[in-house]
Design a protein around this ligand. Sequence first.
Ligand code: UD2
Length: 331
Amino acid sequence: MSQNNKTLTVVLLVVLVIGFQCPVQTPGRPESKVIPNEFHLVASENLEYTQPSIVYGRTDVMTITPWLAPVVWEGTFNPDLLDSIYKPKNITIAATVFAVGKYIRFLKDFLETAEQHFFVDFTVHIYVFTDRPKEVPKVKMAPGRKLEVRSVPSSKRWQEISARRMELIQTLIKEKLQDHVDYIFCLDVDSKFHGRWGTESLGGLVAVVHPGYYRDDRRRFPYERRPQSKAYVALGHGDFYYCGGAFGGLLQEVYQLAKTCRTNFEEDAKNGIEAAWQEESHLNRYMWINKPSKVLSPEYLWQDFKPRNPEVGIIRFSGVVKNYADIRPNA
Ligand code: UD2
């Protein structure tokens, strides 16, 4: 080996060693906020908590998926332990909610109950998308929590309002959140919080199992069944049926999801097709291929008109009963 080659080899080795020691950083983000947030779980040595059992646990429900993602139910986690792990990380959680047209009437309850139950004592930024900014209610928020209103045009079709959310979420992440938000949840406005929704829900890509179909055979799931749609899932495929009304995770993961669902939705539109349940169908196709790293049980999005099933320990977030004919711009 020539002297020049030796020098080159040494330089390459030094670069490699330094490269392995430094965490991979997203441009423009401080080092403390990089992905280790998700993987490096440091507990305090002073915290006392109930001994976890390796042999006893919930047996009435699935608590881990076949791809080894946790399924979060009441009784599967210790909230104090999780909070003590995530608190020092100083994370910021964003939430998006759309209140277009008459759906503005649901916003007050959503915001007030979020104050009581959604990531209490954490830094939370709520982004409200509406065509009626003047009607956004004033809700007192705790220190560290804030609300931002973003104007969007009204629409004559509810399907369009629901489906355009992916595009607006993608743009919000790209233009506004990249540098200061760690996790994001995208939630339906016609819902209220009734119980804790906190650090146990954090994960890379987070999906919520739909309360309406979780006991059904997957052939009965309302996936998009036409092969010409980009949301297509064939009979006999799929894992769970997930909600369009609640999903989230790390910013980068939700960005990918929103971008893919938006592109696929637009491609379908060009071909004159609208998936059975708009963005919910595209989300279900995405989550089938890109498995969520954490699955939230239907405790995280119940429906008020349904009596609580015995396996649901607590209803944390639930859709209110609504008269579609009265609130939607079209039938
Ligand atoms: C389901 C999903 C919803 C969406 C929809 C299919 C759940 C609980 N809900 O609910 O997320 O996937 O199917 O398109 O999984 N919106 C407005 N103004 C309107 C209409 C809708 O702001 O005029 C927003 C609002 O945030 C609402 C959301 O879009 O919560 C979904 O619309 P929806 O509640 O009417 O849809 P729904 O009940 O069929």
